[in-house]
Design a binder for this molecule. Structure first.
Ligand code: UDP
Length: 238
């Protein structure tokens, strides 16, 4: 174990889409495995790791409701999708020797543990990776908000949001060559300018709890570990 830099306990938030690779839908096992390796390399630094994984690669509440489904029902389906992703990540992590717990906001005892805050903290102390599933357990929220909530509850020092680009830009860097990356941006500026860091509920919760959000690229091999060691480019929202 190498020294874990300045972070002792962190939250890693990834979207469901991060797990689908080049496919348009669902899970791409080699991609899940690659991310699991990234998590392992950080865990081996001695950092305690919480994870929240979205569900957008399988189901998104807003899309379902746009097709006539009741919003709350569609949102519950979205939450269930996050449980599937969490189980896939658990499986990938355990296959490479990382002990994990999947902890669901909606109890489903045969599948994973229910969320009990003090129990989750204990898992972290024992260096198990805690994957928080089923979002906040409430419709009308997102997994970004779930990540911010659980990070606050677990006493994480920051939320690391792994995306396809190395930070927050003033416009889409995949479309505009002159897009500028922010090194640092305030919560209020991110909210005001709709910078798309996270949804407004999540940013406001992070602001109110003084929880920094670090947006970095998960496509970069070794990226997560690098960012935690103070290398690479990213945007810090605080
Ligand atoms: N969801 C919800 N409450 C939560 C978290 C998630 O209702 O606390 C539902 C919502 O329908 C959302 C879906 O789960 O569309 C998948 O989550 P999200 O869109 O955040 O996934 P991501 O975009 O990160 O893949």
């Amino acid at each position: 174990t190498e020294p874990g830099g300045k972070y002792a306990r962190v939250m890693l938030k990834i979207s469901g889409e991060a797990l689908m690779g080049d496919q348009g839908y669902g899970l791409h096992p080699p991609t899940v495995q690659r991310i699991a390796e990234e998590v392992k390399s950080v865990q081996r630094m001695g950092v305690e790791i919480c994870m929240v994984i979205g569900g957008g690669n399988i189901f998104r509440g807003l899309q379902g409701s746009a097709q006539g489904m009741e919003r709350t029902t569609a949102d519950y389906m979205g939450m269930l999708a996050t449980v599937m992703n969490a189980l896939a990540m658990q499986s990938a992590l355990e296959s490479i020797g990382v002990f994990t717990r999947v902890i669901s906001a909606i109890p489903m005892d045969q599948v994973c543990e229910p969320y009990i805050r003090r129990r989750a903290v204990r898992h972290l102390e024992k260096k198990r990776v805690c994957i928080f599933a089923a979002g906040t357990g409430n419709p009308y929220f997102t997994t970004d908000t779930a990540a911010t909530l659980r990070a606050s509850e677990m006493g994480c020092e920051a939320v690391f949001k792994g995306t396809k680009v190395d930070g927050v830009y003033d416009k889409d860097p995949k479309k505009f060559a002159d897009a500028k990356r922010y090194d640092r941006v305030s919560y209020d500026e991110a909210l005001e300018k709709h910078l798309g860091v996270m949804d407004a509920t999540a940013i406001a919760l992070a602001r109110d709890n003084r929880l920094p959000i670090i947006v970095f690229s998960l496509d970069e091999p070794g990226g997560f570990r690098g960012i935690l060691s103070g290398q690479g480019t990213y945007t810090r929202v605080d």
